[in-house]
Ligand binder design. Structure first.
Ligand SMILES: Cc1ncc(COP(=O)(O)O)c(C=O)c1O
Length: 441
């Protein structure tokens, strides 16, 4: 029997959906059945403009021919190869291409299958690196309030989202958190805010409290996406870099969202001119089409492991699907698509138009802040008293009904369209959002 890809099954009970209000969804399902370029098609036959690149991942848009073809061909040639003690050419080729795209200090690429796995991999590499260097006492990890680093135990421990943490026990021990950088005085800033660089100095306090020689790594998103597009204040990342370097602490940038062109450069590290010691990425690496994540490491970090007997495994870590052949093929085709179409440059060129469009919503009902950078933006709404998140969730439902996919987190609308977006799409997106906001309770 041919698989029916477009009719909604009568029984929706078996699938326990991730990060979803399951009961609400199953009463009013929002089903997507196909996608092309900038638009999804729904099960009820409507087109929906993608204002979120799926989940911040389809940077080249949907069903792009080169990526589709690469996957189709690869699966018939080499569908799977053991990831441990065996190799296949495409994983090496993709690693080379990621290295060539990345800023200079990053010479090595460790593959995972998601952002969460990339984060846990980077944290483990940080701990093992210090041990390899003879500093096994460096075991503490420092994250940040309102940080999102996926859902593994490492990621939720260094992450700073209360609901993602509070019901999951004690998590990793020896973790501390910087304050988040989101200040009311920066409301309606275009690009990087003026106030808050001094919040990086909190790192000195935390490090002094624990003793610098006990701290392994600091992990932050250079621009926090998932908690509502929180931009780094001017000078903040530079200060974090200074303090970590001074104390021999590794700095990890979680670029799962900012990697692959979102801010108009390959990585945010380049955009901000601040180089961490490791970068985690995922999402845009394969245009979201096949799961894949990666950690980019400097030669110093990688080489610290390349000691001892040569027949011995150097790092006891990896996944069955690290560098999976089909994912690697998708990754190579994705990077080629970005390059051939100049999509990172396109994001940079469109950013001012995007900025003007999103800030044109200032003054609409309930809007208490708007912020943006590259092709990313957020509109923060005043929460309904006693019912946090409800107003933004209603905006999400209304926008979907009116043909636009937006994303909400708390009472913040977060937008991150595919980088192939046209000015006419930007007008359509913000025109619809304007109507939605005007009609909200
Ligand atoms: C900064 C950051 N890190 C990690 C993750 C987790 O990625 P995944 O959902 O692929 O595990 C995300 C997902 O949005 C993210 O934004």
């Amino acid at each position: 029997m041919a698989l029916d890809r477009t009719s909604v099954p009568n029984d929706l009970s078996a699938f326990w959906m991730p990060f979803t209000a399951n009961r609400q969804f199953k009463q009013e399902p929002r089903m997507l059945v196909s996608a092309k370029d900038m638009r999804y098609r729904t099960a009820d036959g409507r087109e929906v403009l993608d204002g979120t690149a799926g989940l911040w991942c389809c940077n080249a848009g949907h069903a792009r021919p080169k990526i589709v073809q690469a996957i189709q061909e690869q699966v018939g040639v080499l569908d799977y190869a053991p990831a441990f003690q065996m190799g296949h050419p495409l994983a090496f080729e993709l690693a080379n291409r990621v290295r060539d795209l990345a800023p200079e200090p990053f010479e090595h690429v460790f593959f995972a299958n998601s952002g969460s796995e990339a984060v846990d991999t980077a944290l483990k590499i940080a701990l093992a690196y210090h041990r390899a260097k003879g500093h096994g006492e460096r075991t503490r990890l420092i994250g940040r309030e309102r940080g999102y680093h996926g859902v593994g135990f490492g990621g939720i421990s260094v992450g700073g989202i209360v609901n993602n943490r509070k019901v999951f026990g004690s998590m990793l021990t020896g973790v501390d958190h910087l304050p988040h950088t989101h200040l009311a005085e920066n409301a309606f800033t275009r690009g990087q805010p003026e106030h808050g660089a001094n919040l990086a100095d909190e790192l000195e306090r935390i490090v002094a409290l624990h003793g610098p020689e006990t701290v392994a790594a600091v992990i932050v998103e250079p621009m926090a996406g998932s908690t509502g597009v929180l931009l780094p204040p001017k000078g903040y990342l530079e200060r974090l870099r200074e303090i970590t370097a001074k104390h021999g602490i590794l700095l990890i940038f979680d670029e799962v969202i900012t990697g692959f062109g979102r801010l108009g450069s390959a990585f945010a590290a380049e955009h901000f001119g601040v180089m961490p010691d490791m970068i985690t990425c995922a999402k845009g690496l394969t245009n979201g089409v096949i799961p894949m994540g990666a950690v980019l490491a400097t030669a110093d970090i990688h080489d610290a492991f390349m000691t001892g007997l040569e027949h011995m495994i150097e790092l006891f870590h990896g996944y069955t699907y690290s560098g999976n052949p089909v994912a690697s093929a998708a990754g190579i085709a994705t990077l080629e698509t970005y390059k051939e179409e100049g999509l990172f440059e396109r994001a940079a060129e469109l950013a001012p138009y995007w900025e003007d469009a999103i800030h044109s919503l200032k003054g609409l009902p309930h809007v208490i802040d708007i912020r943006n950078m590259g092709l990313i933006g957020a509109i923060e709404l005043e929460p309904i008293a006693g019912q946090p998140t409800k107003r933004a969730f209603q905006a999400f439902l209304d926008a979907y009904e009116k043909g636009c996919m937006i994303r909400t987190t708390g009472d913040i609308i977060a937008l991150s369209p595919p980088l192939i977006i046209e000015k006419s799409h930007i007008d359509e997106l913000f025109g619809t959002l304007s109507d939605v906001l005007k009609a909200l309770d």
